[in-house]
Write a protein that binds this ligand. Sequence first.
Ligand code: KIV
Length: 269
Amino acid sequence: MSIIRADFEKMNVNKIRKAKGNKKLTVITAYDALFAKLFEEMADMILVGDSLNMSFAGKKDTLSATLEQMIYHTNAVCTGAPKAFVILDMPFGSYINKDQALSNAVKVYQECPAAAIKIEGGEDRAYIIEHLCKNSIAVMAHIGLMPQYVRSEGGYKVRGKTQKDIDQLIKDALAVEKAGAFCIVIEGVLSEAAKKISQAVSIPTIGIGAGKDTDGQVLVWSDMMGFFEDFKPKFVRHYLDGANLVKEALNNFVNDVQNESFPSKKEEY
Ligand code: KIV
């Protein structure tokens, strides 16, 4: 049986902007062609997140991902899912000022067919987003808990716990909207605060660990499919028992080889 989403339509920045208030958007990460093909006509957007440095490369944070790696994986995702709206997550250190950000974003557009890029930062980075948007780069912003700040912040801190912080997050969202971002990821923010941020802007907000009142949701594919076993963040829902299914399948293969039931006559040339 092949599962299809009858209402799937190829997205672009205009359709994404117009979705606000009309339909909830779904975003899933992917890092390779195989899974991107499976996700292609399901989610509205595919994010090649720098989370690949953790879930794919096994590192303890996202900071050592490089632009070359992000371009490599985005090319793989775009090849597997040509109908998808694919976003490349700009890695740490690739947008430290507006000129470097633009030259790296141009490199991205020239070397892979990504529809957009994502950068972390609010009011502090709005001038970079503005420069990118003025130069025809589509930018998804990312505010709240920003994984690329983990070392400078001393850990992953849930945001929006004080009125002062909520006010700052709203300023961040308004600044990136004014700068030209077409949507905003809000990560690790108390749900009441995320609701206020979403109401303050006219572009869609995509939440991760930000409650149900954002305009859409994003999850890292290996988290939602239950492949990552070390811990389960509170905001993750497992839609598959991936790790156990894989282990069970591999265990069956090992047993079949050992008891010589694989390969069978039918599986021989
Ligand atoms: O890198 C990533 O996968 C992300 C999402 C968690 C939003 O930035």
